[in-house]
Design a protein around this ligand. Structure first.
Ligand SMILES: Nc1ncnc2c1ncn2[C@@H]1O[C@H](COP(=O)(O)OP(=O)(O)O)[C@@H](O)[C@H]1O
Ligand SMILES: [Mg+2]
Length: 239
């Protein structure tokens, strides 16, 4: 077996109550792993453990990663006094590697265009809708250009059409990376998962994914086999 890009093995409690049964989650070097489950089962906790961030839970086990990581947290976490461009390029600004007119600035502008916010590039977060803020956070995460990418419900605030477009964009730009996508949406898992892991209070179950995802793309949202997978995942969540 090849080295994992990241893994979480163990269990967690919130106070005295178990949050999830023992899990063993391994991210391969490339491809999208979807962690699907209802709210409150511990999806964000698992993602934050991989990122090495604080969680509200007590964890017993091991959580490791062996690659530089980009994280899109469930809350967009934008800096209120920086405009869209400033937020997208935040990492480069902090590293002191951004200068006007150079390659990162051009890449940021291209990403802002790709998420449909060119006409908002100089707006502050307070003047954006929830969906627009989420797209800024997505562009910021893509700008980081890391081999391991953790996405916590990255499309949850988007309308159905924009969501499908952003899923296509992320699939294209993150081809070949190790991606962990946390989602509560079976349709999203059915479009994007190379592997789908269902998290319930009783533990983590790997779900069979019958069709390969096209390279650099999400599966078509209207293909019968994708709709079937979505329906089966919904049943799994209801069980
Ligand atoms: N900071 C916190 N303080 C107290 N409890 C928390 C905190 N963060 C999470 N929890 C508890 O852990 C549970 C799982 O949280 P989370 O990992 O965010 O679930 P999910 O992402 O699947 O919705 C929540 O239902 C909540 O009860
Ligand atoms: Mg969550």
């Amino acid at each position: 077996m090849t080295a994992a890009a990241a893994l979480v093995r163990g269990r967690a409690w919130v106070g005295e109550a178990p949050l999830f049964a023992p899990v063993d989650l391994r991210l391969e070097d490339a491809g999208w792993t979807c962690l699907l489950g209802p709210s409150g089962v511990g999806k964000s906790t698992i993602l934050r453990l991989i990122a090495g961030l604080e969680t509200g839970a007590r964890f017993e086990g091991e959580a490791t990663r062996d690659k530089p990581v980009a994280l899109m947290a469930q809350d967009p976490g934008l800096i209120p006094w920086l405009d869209v461009t400033g937020n997208v390029t935040l990492g480069a600004r902090l590293r002191g590697t951004l200068r006007q007119g150079d390659e990162p600035a051009a890449r940021a502008a291209a990403l802002i265009k790709a998420v449909g916010l060119t006409d908002r590039a100089h707006h502050l977060p307070a003047n954006l809708s929830g969906g627009q803020r989420q797209r800024v956070a997505l562009a910021r995460t893509l700008f980081e250009d890391r081999p391991l990418v953790l996405l916590d419900e990255p499309f949850s605030a988007l309308d159905a059409r924009t969501r499908a477009q952003m899923q296509d964009l992320a699939a294209r730009l993150l081809e070949g990376r190790a991606v962990l996508l946390v989602t509560h949406d079976p349709a999203e898992a059915a479009r994007l998962g190379d592997r789908i892991l269902l998290l319930r209070e009783t533990g983590l179950t790997e779900w069979p994914v019958p069709t390969l995802r096209p390279k650099g793309a999400a599966r078509p949202y209207d293909a019968p086999e994708v709709l079937q997978l979505q329906a089966r995942l919904m049943r799994g969540m209801m069980a």
